[in-house]
Design a protein around this ligand. Structure first.
Ligand code: SAM
Length: 298
C-alpha cells in the first residue's frame, strides 16, 4: 500500500529541509521530496537554472531563490534570515544530497546553532549509488570526496589512504580521471580492483570493474570512457591476518632470545604476516615477564 504524506501538516515554520535531488535521471526523486518542494515557502537552490528544470518536470511552481554565492557563509546568513521570519526553507544543490561534496553543510550548522529544526529528506547520492552496485564490501567504506588537484598533495593524500581496509570512494572530474587513477594505482598497487561509475542514472551510464593495473588502459581504449561525471570505488587493503596469539608468542620468544627487541619484532612481522603494532605490544609484554629477552646486542 502506498501512503501519501500530508505534507501541510508536517511542514514546520522556521524549519530547514535538506532535500536530495536527482544525480541525472529526473525521475529519481522521492514522493516526500516533491511534497516538501511543493509546500515550503522558499526553495534555496545552488543554481536556479538547474533546479527549475526539475521543478518544471514535476509541475512545481517554485518560490526559488539563488543562494549560489561563492561565500557559503553569506548564503547561510540569508537562509537564517528567512527562517527567522518564520519561513520554511528547502535547501537543494545541483545534484544529489546537499552537503556531500556540495554546499549545504554551513547552512545546516548555522541553522542548528540558531536552534531551528533541520530535517533530512534523503534521496540520491552518487557515492551510495555506486557502492550499491560495486560488489565490494560495504560494511565499512570511506568517502574521500575529490582528491587534491595538485599532484604532490594528491599523492600524499593517497599514501595516507593506502593501508585503509575499508572500501574507498572518490569523486573525480573527467579531465583529471587518468592522472587520478594513475596515482591511485601507484599508491595502492595494481592488484586491487576499482569500479568506475560514469554518468550514473543517465543515458550513457557505465559501471566497469577491473584491476587497478588495467584501469588506465580501460579509460584510454575509448574516448567516451573519459567523458562525463565519475565516481570511483576502490577495494580496501587486504585485512592483515593476525597470527594465533600462542604462535606469535612462541615465534617472538625464540627471536627475543637471540635478537634485540626491534629486530625481533621486524622479523616476526615477516615470518607471521602479523601487524607490527600488535607484535610490538606482545614483545613488550614478553620482555616484561622475562627482562633478559630482547636484550641481546645488535
Ligand atoms: N551532492 C552530490 C552527491 O550527493 O553525490 C555530489 C556533488 S559533487 C559537486 C559532483 C560530483 O559527484 C561529480 O563531479 C561526480 O564526481 C559525482 N557525481 C555526481 N553525479 C554523478 C553521476 N550521475 N555519475 C557519476 N558521478 C556523479
Amino acid at each position: 500500500m502506498v501512503r501519501s504524506v500530508d505534507t501541510e501538516s508536517v511542514i514546520g515554520r522556521g524549519t530547514l529541509y535538506v532535500v536530495a535531488t536527482p544525480i541525472g535521471n529526473l525521475s529519481d526523486i522521492t514522493l516526500r521530496a516533491l511534497d516538501v518542494l511543493k509546500t515550503v515557502d522558499v526553495i534555496a537552490a545552488e543554481d536556479t537554472r538547474v533546479t527549475v528544470r526539475l521543478l518544471d518536470r514535476h509541475g512545481i511552481a517554485g518560490k526559488l531563490v539563488a543562494v549560489h554565492e561563492h561565500n557559503e557563509r553569506r548564503a547561510a546568513g540569508r537562509i537564517i534570515g528567512m527562517l527567522a521570519e518564520g519561513k520554511s526553507v528547502a535547501v537543494v544543490s545541483d545534484a544529489g544530497t546537499p552537503g556531500i561534496a556540495d554546499p549545504g553543510a554551513q547552512v545546516v550548522a548555522a541553522a542548528r546553532d540558531a536552534g531551528y529544526a533541520v530535517v533530512p529528506v534523503p534521496g540520491p547520492n552518487a557515492a551510495a549509488a555506486l557502492l550499491s552496485v560495486s560488489g565490494f564490501g560495504t560494511s565499512r567504506f570511506l568517502f574521500c570526496g575529490f582528491l587534491p588537484s595538485r599532484a604532490a598533495e594528491r599523492r600524499r593524500a593517497l599514501a595516507e589512504l593506502a593501508a585503509q581496509t575499508a572500501t574507498l570512494v572518490f569523486y573525480e572530474a573527467p579531465h583529471r580521471v587518468i592522472e587520478c587513477v594513475t596515482d591511485i594505482c601507484a599508491a595502492m598497487g595494481g592488484d586491487r580492483d576499482i569500479v568506475f561509475g560514469r554518468e550514473l542514472t543517465k543515458m550513457h551510464e557505465t559501471v566497469h570493474r577491473c584491476r587497478l593495473d588495467a584501469a588506465v588502459a580501460w579509460l584510454q581504449t575509448d574516448e567516451n570512457h573519459q567523458r562525463g561525471e565519475f565516481v570511483l570505488a576502490v577495494q580496501g587493503a587486504p585485512e592483515m591476518q593476525q597470527p594465533d596469539e600462542a604462535d606469535a608468542d612462541a615465534t617472538l620468544g625464540i627471536l627475543l632470545d637471540e635478537l634485540p627487541l626491534k629486530q625481533a619484532v621486524a622479523l616476526a612481522v615477516r615470518l607471521t604476516g602479523g601487524s607490527r603494532n600488535v607484535l610490538y605490544q606482545r614483545a613488550l609484554a614478553l620482555k616484561e615477564k622475562s627482562p633478559d629477552k630482547g636484550s641481546a646486542p645488535a
